[in-house]
Structures are given as structure tokens and as C-alpha cells.
Design a protein around this ligand. Structure first.
Ligand code: ZN
Length: 128
């Protein structure tokens, strides 16, 4: 393994982004059949990119990409958690204000009511 260590010296190596790319490319290549062949091609491109990143000597650029990826992943995770929490909420309904897109929480089971947005004060009618 000595030659490998020497080969990897000064190169970026594996990070979370490359790992995710490798996983996704494997899934794409293995499970893509027939008319979706272009997804397999995409998988190979992704595989190539993952290796390119691992062997790259531009470490700061690669670290920056990985940082963005982690940030994005965190955002997705928060969205998913929020969605789950709203799905499990049996006592409230969630609406978005038609005026400012603010998310509003209203108690369930009050029939048709007029809701006033606390942010932009627009009124709208919803069933609860
Ligand atoms: Zn509003």
C-alpha cells in the first residue's frame, strides 16, 4: 500500500460529497434498465467526477464543494423533518398565506374560517 499512499499524497481524497456521488452512481448504473439507459450514462459520468474529486490536487476548491454539499444536505434534512412534523400534527392544519407565502398553523375542526395573516394582514377563507 506504500505506492498508494505516495500516489495519494497532496491529493484531496474521499469526502462526503464524493461518497454520495459514488453511491448514487452505483445505484444508477446497477438499477437502470432499458429506456432509462441515459441514467446509467449519468451514473458513469458521476463516477468519473467522484474519482476526479478524490484525485484532485486543488484541495481548497474540493473542500468548498463539500461544504456546500453538506449545507444543502442539512437544509434538505430540516425540510424533511418539518414536513414529517406537520404530517404528524393531528390537531392543526397548515396553510400558506396567498399574499406573502408565510406558513400559518390553524387548529383543526373549526369549520370554514377567515384567517388573517399575522405578517401581511391579508385575510383568506379556509376549511379547517
Ligand atoms: Zn401574509
Amino acid at each position: 500500500m506504500n505506492w498508494f499512499r505516495r500516489f495519494m499524497m497532496g491529493r484531496y481524497g474521499v469526502d462526503q460529497l464524493s461518497f454520495a456521488m459514488l453511491l448514487l452512481s452505483m445505484v444508477l448504473v446497477m438499477f437502470t434498465r432499458g429506456r432509462l439507459w441515459f441514467l446509467a450514462v449519468l451514473g458513469f459520468v458521476l463516477l468519473g467526477l467522484a474519482y476526479y474529486r478524490m484525485l484532485s490536487r486543488n484541495i481548497s476548491a474540493r473542500a468548498r464543494e463539500n461544504g456546500l454539499f453538506l449545507q444543502y444536505g442539512q437544509g434538505l434534512q430540516n425540510k424533511w423533518r418539518g414536513w414529517l412534523a406537520r404530517m404528524n400534527d393531528r390537531t392543526h392544519r397548515y396553510y400558506r398565506c396567498p399574499g406573502c407565502r408565510q406558513r400559518l398553523r390553524v387548529p383543526k375542526g373549526r369549520g370554514t374560517i377567515a384567517i388573517t395573516c399575522p405578517r401581511c394582514h391579508q385575510e383568506f377563507i379556509k376549511k379547517t
